[in-house]
Design a protein around this ligand. Structure first.
Ligand SMILES: N[C@@H](CCC[C@H](N)C(=O)O)C(=O)O
Length: 309
């Protein structure tokens, strides 16, 4: 039967604070992914999300105790009249980050369906991005990569084409900002690289004051790269969209590839092109997984229990 206090879903057992008469905040979400890089997408244009604190974001992102996801994406009303929506992105540690290529495709697909138009504009803290349909796939304009050391940012003035960072078999990466900080190492055999052992310490290397996403790439041909990315926040993911853009830009700057290449990730392939106008486009699939509702109070209780354990 409907909950007597809030008229909530039939059959939903009230959580403990709910039963005690404390406030409840139910948040509706969609789960989507791009090549297995998965997102909890929350539309704050149609519901109150005041209770979505960094702690709650971390708790719902947990793959054992929560919904599970690489990032939480919150949609807000755009502040610019030429944008369709404002997209905010949070890593599973609850910290806001600037950009996410795979989430931009997912949000692009949602906004194309919502508006019925053939191109949508997505405002982010890192600038305006655009999405459109490309056959069965979705394409996004991810903006202009930044290659100055202080835009990445790096800790000191450095040639971003040869950054003085090394660990084990990884050395001499290229640094690129796609709104968020990336470094790309090039290796002859990606299968020989232990991403977890190397990615975790490199993410927090002193050269990266805001930490960094760590990409390791193998050039397969002038139009084909193999890439794995240890993402700032979630760690090793099945695919990283901005990491793929950064890898293509890095490879082309090094003279290793053309301006357009297929990037093969663990979760599938993206086509990345660095256009002559300086902007980077990324094309790939989008998948819808499920939708649901969670109560933030349940996750506050969980976080408190974990904190005292
Ligand atoms: N999954 C992403 C990147 C998400 C943000 C990243 N972890 C960061 O902290 O910058 C993508 O597809 O680009």
């Amino acid at each position: 039967m409907p909950c007597p206090c809030c008229g909530g879903r039939i059959g939903r057992l009230p959580s403990l604070p709910h039963a005690l008469g404390q406030s409840v905040s139910q948040i509706r979400f969609r789960k989507m992914h791009g090549l297995g890089n998965d997102f909890i997408i929350i539309d704050a244009r149609v519901q109150l999300v005041d209770a979505l604190t960094p702690d709650v974001i971390a708790a719902v992102s947990d793959r054992q105790r929560g919904i599970g996801g690489d990032q939480v994406v919150v949609l807000e009303s755009a502040m610019r009249s030429d944008a369709d929506v404002f997209m905010r992105i949070y890593n599973p540690d609850g910290r806001e980050c600037e950009a996410c290529g795979n989430a931009t495709r997912c949000v692009g697909a949602l906004m194309l369906a919502e508006t019925g138009r053939d191109r949508v504009a997505i405002q982010t803290v890192a600038g305006m991005l655009y999405a459109w349909r490309q056959g069965t796939h979705y394409a996004v304009d991810m903006g202009v990569p930044q290659t100055q050391w202080d835009a990445i940012p790096l800790a000191q003035a450095t040639d971003t084409l040869h950054v003085d960072v090394a660990l084990g078999p990884l050395a001499d990466p290229v640094a690129t900002s796609m709104g968020n900080p990336h470094v790309t190492f090039f290796v002859p055999d990606l299968a020989a690289i232990d991403m977890t052992a190397l990615g975790a310490p490199l993410e927090r290397h002193p050269m990266f004051p805001q930490r960094a996403n760590i990409g390791v790439a193998q050039v397969l041909a002038s139009d084909r790269l193999r890439l794995r990315v240890w993402e700032r926040g979630p760690g090793l993911t099945l695919a990283c969209g901005t990491g793929s853009c950064a890898a293509l830009v890095a490879a082309h700057r090094r003279g290793l590839t053309d301006r357009r290449a297929t990037v093969e990730l663990d979760g599938g392939a993206l086509v990345i092109e660095w256009l002559d106008n300086g902007r980077v486009e990324s094309t790939g699939p989008v998948s819808y997984a499920f939708e649901g509702v969670f109560e933030t109070a349940d996750y506050v209780v969980q976080r408190e229990a974990l904190a005292v354990a």
